[in-house]
Design a protein around this ligand. Structure first.
Ligand code: PMP
Length: 419
């Protein structure tokens, strides 16, 4: 029997043509199970909640003002009038879209200006901006390394790095978190059998808020003729006295790192990613990285917004100091209240580790009720026993926001213990 449009009805399609049955796609059942588990616990999904207005230190969700710890507004530039004005001026001048790959006809002056400013932050010879942070890691790692090569990455590395490593076809080894000695042992054992070796770490880990010993990693990479790549997605604007990133925090020359990667979507309140490195590497990427060559150029208003954000960051380092002060205060109060904050350095990201996904989901729901928006991070994103609430601090949170939030955490914990 055919439907009115001439196709088979859904159940029949499944029976006749299992390869076209979309309800058996791997992973769908897991999503359903999580939804069912949430419903059984009486919890609303914490995902895809629409926010209204700017994602700032406060955000309007479902018509309610919430203290917001779930957006990357580290130095408070989301909605900054100077950043918005830069984006609007770029739209007036260039329109919204770059309308072509930059290699073809998408290049605009603001691309080069942004790249020069980012390169200067890292004292790098050159920089290249991409349309997405995630895509930057995937395409750059996937393109630079090949089957003969070796990639060593921290076991907590971001998904985008893991995806890029997989795409490259290189041999991949994950080493224990922040353990440069373990990484060195792997290099000593395997380096000789491979062409190039790449070590990838984050400058500031997004789930834990801790910082690697960058100097040790850099020395070790050099000793073993390996390239070192650092993902600074959560480093720029957060680490170091003026927000330049992990090298400033760790007192390391930026040239000790071969490949700096970052995103425009966090401190720089735009959207996109970038690589800052020595010129030959950038030259290669500009002409042949698939995610650059075969993708549209970064939208001019986003490039302009990020450039303006970087200028504000440089001109107003007190924003970085306020962020770090807020994170340190939140960390100290949460610890004092007996919460497990893991290895957080208290610079911008603080996890509150609750030991199970159910506990984390319940705490997030109770906090949301109390007007605090924080994302629960559940299994399988982290191991079950490490399920947590992850707090992104902002320079714009007030002391009152932080005191209120820790009080709400304590009340939620007491409520769940009693219930
Ligand atoms: N790297 C890390 C460490 C990240 O946390 C993220 C995003 N959360 C990315 C890369 C990807 O960046 P974007 O969201 O800008 O695509």
């Amino acid at each position: 029997r055919l439907t009115r449009r001439g196709g088979a009805s859904a159940p029949e399609a499944a029976a006749e043509s299992p390869g076209r049955d979309l309800s058996t796609l791997p992973g769908l059942r897991d999503i359903e199970m999580v939804r069912e588990a949430g419903a059984a616990l009486g919890l609303e999904s914490p995902y895809f909640r629409p926010h209204d207005g700017v994602a700032g230190a406060h955000s309007v969700i479902g018509g309610r003002d919430c203290v917001n710890f779930a957006s990357y507004n580290y130095i408070g530039l989301n909605g900054d009038p100077r950043v918005a004005a830069a984006a609007k001026a770029a739209i007036d001048r260039h329109g919204v879209s770059a309308s072509a790959s930059r290699l073809a006809s998408g290049e605009r002056p603001v691309h080069g200006e942004l790249e020069a400013a980012l390169a200067a932050n890292y004292e790098a010879e050159a920089c290249l901006a991409f349309v997405s942070g995630h895509a930057t890691n995937v395409t750059v790692i996937g393109h630079l390394l090949g089957a003969r090569d070796l990639i060593l990455h921290d076991q907590l590395i971001h998904n985008s790095v893991a995806e890029g490593a997989r795409l490259s076809g290189a041999r991949r080894i994950a080493f224990p978190h922040n353990d440069w000695r373990a990484a060195e042992r792997e290099l000593a054992a395997h380096r000789a059998r491979h062409g190039r070796a790449l070590i990838v770490i984050e400058g500031h880990y997004s789930m834990d808020g801790d910082v690697p010993d960058l100097g040790r990693f850099a020395e070790m990479a050099r000793r073993h003729d390996a390239l070192l790549m650092v993902d600074e997605a959560h480093g720029l604007g957060v680490l170091g006295a003026t927000g330049r990133g992990s090298f400033e925090q760790c007192g390391v020359e930026p040239g000790a790192v071969d490949i700096w990667m970052g995103t425009l979507s966090k401190t720089l309140s735009g959207c996109g990613g970038y690589i800052a490195a020595r010129r030959p590497l950038i030259e290669l990427l500009r002409h042949s990285a698939p995610g650059f060559v075969y993708s549209v150029g970064l939208a001019p208003p986003l490039a302009a917004a990020s450039l303006e954000s970087l200028r504000v960051m440089q001109a107003e380092p007190e924003r970085v100091a306020r962020l770090q002060g807020n994170a340190a205060l939140f960390l100290a109060l949460a610890r004092e209240a007996g919460f497990d904050t893991g290895a957080s350095a208290g610079l911008g990201i603080v996890p509150v580790i609750l030991g199970s996904s159910v506990a984390a989901a319940r705490m997030a729901a109770a906090l949301f009720e109390a007007g605090v928006n924080v994302q629960p991070i559940l299994f399988p994103v982290v191991p079950e026993r490490a399920a947590r609430l992850r707090f992104f601090l902002s320079s714009e949170h007030t002391e009152e926001d932080i005191l209120r939030t820790v009080a709400a955490l304590v009340a939620a914990r007491d409520g769940l213990r009693a219930g």
